[in-house]
Design a protein around this ligand. Structure first.
Ligand code: URA
Length: 209
């Protein structure tokens, strides 16, 4: 594995991912699990954020505490990444959410940008790119390229299940981007699904399967 890949070993994450994989888990429970796992992974992924001193008065005495120094942006990969936003937002409610829409051109197999309203100058110092399934890695890699062109200095990928193929592609293109993931599975099948995986994360969240 690569030095920048951080599979979670947290027992709560492992337990919840197993429930998420279960074919009998209904969309309502599936969405709840996506939110909970995303919060736990985001907690791990943000352990190196910078803070600055902040004066605070407790009921008993003044002291110097800490305040986050970084402005955080959440960038969900559509559509399955949308369900991860709520969970991460619980931890960092002032985070900005930016949407970048990409689809895969069936002829060239390359990602094509169809939605991007990023302002000229970056408004955040760190971005968490959210996608539950890191399958081929095409969308994550292209989204991170857009964020780099925007000027974001610190970018992290947060996902739930990764295929070795997607991890390799993302790592080879953006080796400095940490990959926080709950599980690394065996491989992609011929239709681009992760095995054993959990099926289609979009369909299972939105009840469209
Ligand atoms: N996207 C999904 O939702 N599931 C996979 O297994 C691969 C990509």
């Amino acid at each position: 594995m690569y030095p920048n890949v951080f599979p979670s070993s947290h027992p709560l994450v492992l337990h919840k991912v197993t429930l998420l994989r279960d074919i009998d888990t209904e969309p309502k429970k599936f969405r709840e699990l996506i939110r909970e796992i995303s919060a736990l992974l985001a907690y791990e992924a943000t352990s190196d954020l910078l803070t600055m001193p902040r004066d605070v008065e407790t009921p008993l005495a003044p002291m110097v505490g800490a305040e986050l120094r970084e402005k955080i942006g959440l960038v969900p990969i559509l559509r399955a990444g949308l369900g991860m936003v709520e969970g991460v937002w619980e931890l960092m409610p002032t985070a900005e959410v930016w949407h970048i829409g990409l689809y895969r051109d069936e002829r060239t197999l390359k990602p094509v940008e169809y939605y991007n309203k990023l302002p000229i100058e970056p408004t955040v110092s760190v971005c968490l790119v959210l996608d539950p399934m890191l399958a081929t890695g095409g969308s994550a890699t292209a989204t991170i390229s857009v964020l780099k062109r925007w000027g974001v200095k610190k970018i992290k990928f947060v996902g739930i299940i990764g295929a070795p193929e997607g991890i390799r592609t993302l790592h080879d293109t953006h080796p400095e981007v940490p990959i926080h993931i709950a599980a690394v599975d065996v491989k992609l099948n011929e239709r681009g699904y992760i095995l054993p995986g959990l099926g289609d994360a979009g369909d299972r969240q939105f009840g469209t399967g």
